[in-house]
Design a protein around this ligand. Structure first.
Ligand code: C5P
Length: 266
């Protein structure tokens, strides 16, 4: 059995550059994996099965872990079943990429279990068929992503940075937030690397209390508070009043990167 960490990500910046003919949004985003992780136990079996510590998540073929197994089967022609057990720590519908990370971890793990029949680069190309963010997790953990998110350019590993991940009980589904984006309403931005997220406006219109939470977090002392992905979690930088610890979900994390030959480790 192979046991692997499956990390969360944050979007250090996320710019929407347009709406595409296929209905997706064109993005330019800098993504970074962080030290909040699920744990995925994988072994080969007669048929597919998935157990998950979070009873609210589906464990049928709609789960990205089993979709990834099916993708690997189709692409390689191998006949196998996957027995997967998922210990969930990354909140869902939070913009932290938990499901996409689980899928990427499954692809990487299956490639190991079969003694590396393919490259990580090819796994990343396959991954784009089942989701926009999955290819990113097959990078080394810091990447500039364009297209609908699936065109991944590795970036140098940044200096270590401590962040806080914060969220309330609010959840946001990715398609709902993207549907609420009005391209004409997006702010003009200077070129350059700084922390921002063009999806905040659409998310705050859907759940106005998220704007209040951002303001509250700034008042508590963080100098940077930015929503990650399609929300509802925020990443925060700086030192804050300990009152922040009373929020439903609040955890310190650091950047996490992997070496080219190994999966993410803590
Ligand atoms: O590709 P993924 O399954 O992660 O995307 C979920 C949904 O989010 C898509 O069906 C689409 O509605 C929206 N989306 C988008 N533009 C992107 C990525 C996702 O509109 N770049």
């Amino acid at each position: 059995m192979l046991s692997l960490y499956s990390p969360a990500k944050v979007n250090l910046f996320l710019k929407i550059t347009g709406k595409r003919d296929d209905g997706y949004h064109a993005l330019a985003t800098l993504m970074q994996t962080v030290s909040l992780t699920d744990i995925l136990h994988l072994s080969l079996a007669k048929e597919d099965s998935l157990k998950c510590s979070d009873a609210a998540l589906p464990t049928d073929a709609s789960n990205l872990v089993l979709k990834a197994a099916d993708l690997f089967r189709r692409k390689t022609g191998f006949k196998f079943g996957l027995k997967a057990e998922l210990e969930k720590n990354i909140p869902s519908e939070a913009g932290l990429g938990g499901g996409s990370s689980n899928a990427a971890t499954t692809l990487w793990g299956l490639n190991e279990l079969f003694d590396r029949p393919t490259s990580t680069v090819e796994l990343a190309q396959w991954a784009a068929e089942i989701g926009s963010d999955i290819s990113f997790f097959l990078s080394q953990g810091t990447a500039f992503c364009t297209g609908r998110g699936e065109i991944v350019q590795e970036m140098p590993i940044p200096v270590p940075q401590k962040l806080w991940l914060v969220k309330t009980h609010e959840r946001l589904s990715t398609p709902t937030v993207y549907k609420n984006v009005v391209i004409a309403d997006l702010p003009e931005r200077d070129a350059g690397y700084y922390y921002y997220n063009d999806l905040e406006l659409a998310a705050f219109q859907l759940i106005p209390s998220l704007a209040d939470l951002k303001e509250h977090l700034l008042q508590l002392g963080f100098h940077t508070v930015v929503m990650t992905g399609s929300g509802s979690a925020f990443f925060c930088i700086g030192d804050a009043n300990p009152e922040v610890l009373s929020l439903p979900f609040c955890t310190p994390v650091s950047f996490l990167n992997r070496s080219s030959d190994h999966w993410y480790s803590l």
